[in-house]
Design a protein. Structure first.
Length: 337
């Protein structure tokens, strides 16, 4: 397993390099440029030219690429020309917000997907099974942005139960320490932050979590049914082991390996894919930061956001794969030979 970890970690810089190169070229291929945008914002030609030179936008694309790669090798993501902040600072401010949303979405997906999958797998062929499978396909097919807008219309505009936009009410003062609301609420002694934060994160988390729960439900259902048909489960039932014990201690336990993999992969996807929910709900995470940077041709911010998301995705997939190997004794024995 150690060799596998080293191999995957050595592959990480290669992945980051290709992602960085692709994002760099894709941004420059878009119509419009940072130089043109700056030209429309400055009335004094001298100031515009000085800023363009400071940003390196007066150089050829290959010279800009060389500077970009050199800075990346020095772990320097650059500076945003829109905000003037270091990209590392912007990432530190926005990444915790995206992680919060991804974790909340993962909780919704896990509870909903496993709950529906267990119920459908316990009664295969029943009316409940058919209804739940139909619901899973429907949830899996819903576009995030469309489903999010529907939730806003129903729960925010019609019913008025939940806020539609933002992370916290604009009237609520909050000086972030870690920028994780729950952690800061403890550190700062501010329990008043928790309630408003939960209200604001509910709709984005439901949007992402419910639309991804369909795939997990189908996997859990298949795992429960297939495990329930194995010889050792039949033997346990013939010995008179209580049905509840057979189901929870044997069927679910063995079906959990595949569930673990899907949850890990989906969590990585949520970190990158939550950008849609962040834009729809005005949630100020790294995904929205990256989208805003693309729209304003803020090259450094867009590149930094994409690189961080890609790196996290690869690392989470690595942890998921290693967790699966550790949890499955057959793979542990195979990896040790």
């Amino acid at each position: 397993m150690t060799q596998e970890i080293v191999k995957r970690l050595l592959f990480l810089p290669v992945t980051v390099f290709f992602v960085a190169t692709l994002v760099f070229l894709a941004l420059r291929a878009l119509p419009g440029s940072s130089a043109e945008l700056l030209g429309s914002q400055f009335s004094t030609a001298g100031l515009k030219e000085q800023l363009i030179a400071d940003l390196g936008l007066d150089k050829s694309i290959w010279q800009q690429y060389g500077i970009f790669i050199r800075e990346l090798l020095n772990f320097d993501l650059g500076r945003s020309f829109m905000t003037g902040k270091d990209i590392s600072t912007m990432v530190a401010e926005t990444l915790p917000i995206t992680i919060e949303l991804a974790v909340a979405s993962l909780i919704v997906m896990t509870i909903t997907g496993i709950g529906m999958g267990v119920l459908a797998g316990a009664f295969p062929g029943s009316a409940a099974d058919g209804l739940l499978r139909t619901l899973a396909v429907l949830l899996f097919s819903l576009p995030w942005f469309w489903f999010g807008i529907v939730l806003i219309i129903v729960f925010s505009l019609w019913l008025g139960w939940l806020p539609a936009f933002g992370r916290l009410p604009p009237t609520l003062e909050y000086q972030a320490v870690t920028n994780f609301v729950l952690i800061d609420a403890v550190i700062l002694g501010r329990p008043d932050l928790i309630g408003p934060w939960l209200l604001h994160i509910t709709l984005p988390a439901l949007t992402v979590g419910l639309t991804t729960s369909g795939a997990l439900m189908r996997l859990v259902r298949v795992g429960v049914i297939e495990t329930g048909q194995t010889d050792y489960i039949r033997t346990a039932r013939m010995k008179g082991v209580p049905a509840g014990r057979v189901f929870f201690r044997h069927i679910l336990r063995n079906a959990a390996l595949g569930i673990l993999t899907v949850i890990g992969v989906q969590f990585g996807a949520m970190l990158g894919g939550s950008v849609i929910a962040e834009v729809v709900f005005g949630y100020p995470g790294i995904g929205r930061m990256t989208v805003d940077a693309v729209l304003t041709r803020d090259y450094a911010a867009a590149q930094g956001g994409a690189i961080v998301i890609a790196t996290l995705y690869v690392l989470i997939n690595l942890v998921t794969d290693l967790s699966y190997r550790w949890a499955d004794p057959r793979l542990r024995r195979g990896g040790g030979q």
